[in-house]
Design a protein around this ligand. Structure first.
Ligand SMILES: [Zn+2]
Ligand SMILES: [Zn+2]
Length: 210
């Protein structure tokens, strides 16, 4: 029963995401590109593994102090930023993270191309952040789901211009720079771009962003 519910949840999420983002990329693409269905299928399989990892976390809804949840989110983003940076710096971690960084053009489904070891490490850091902030551990599972949805937007091949917003939060134009393999790795944050500003790893077109 639990497996059937999990499979239905995964299938519904995959179907909705394919419908919404294939349409978005067709209507307002950053550059014209056909959908690579084999990559979508591979990504959906990896998402299933990622979802199993998240499923292992506690999902029990509990009332939580909003301030603690906010601090937990900030801690989680801080730890994820550090982990992501380490993934690019340490060969032992890059072995897994490089699956996310092929030279293929960016598209929404690249968000799903995450090695299971990466997914597990991000889940662990998010859980640690919730424990440190004193937020219920079930919060970690919801953080991971929220981040998973936002990272699909980040990778989408949509015409999202660089604006001052890129200085504060991660946007598709901000994350596209992270995948630009011709430059030094930068823009590691998954939601709070200001972390990259704080730690000197923010890169973008400052001529257009004031
Ligand atoms: Zn990366
Ligand atoms: Zn990415």
């Amino acid at each position: 029963m639990v497996i059937a519910r999990f499979a239905i949840g995964w299938a519904v999420f995959v179907a909705w995401t394919i419908a919404i983002f294939t349409l978005l990329e067709a209507c307002a693409p950053r550059r014209r590109a056909a959908t690579r269905w084999r990559a979508v299928a591979g990504g959906a399989a990896l998402l299933a593994i990622d979802s199993v990892v998240t499923r292992l976390l506690d999902h029990t809804p509990t009332s939580a102090d909003l301030a603690r949840v906010a601090v937990a989110w900030l801690c989680s983003e801080l730890l994820s930023y550090g982990l992501h940076r380490a993934m690019h710096r340490l060969p032992v971690l890059w072995r897994f993270h490089r699956l996310h960084h092929t030279r293929e053009p960016l598209a929404w489904h690249v968000a799903w191309r995450i090695h299971p070891v990466d997914a597990a490490l991000f889940a662990i850091t998010t859980t640690i952040a919730c424990a440190v902030a004193g937020a219920p551990l079930a919060t970690a599972a919801w953080f991971i789901v929220a981040r998973r949805v936002w990272t699909i937007v980040l990778h989408a091949n949509i015409a999202w211009p660089a604006t001052a917003l890129d200085l504060l939060i991660a946007t598709p134009s901000f994350h596209a720079r992270h995948h630009d393999e011709d430059h030094v790795p930068a823009n590691f944050a998954s939601t709070f771009a200001f972390l990259d500003r704080m730690f000197g790893t923010w890169r973008g077109d400052l001529a257009t962003i004031r």
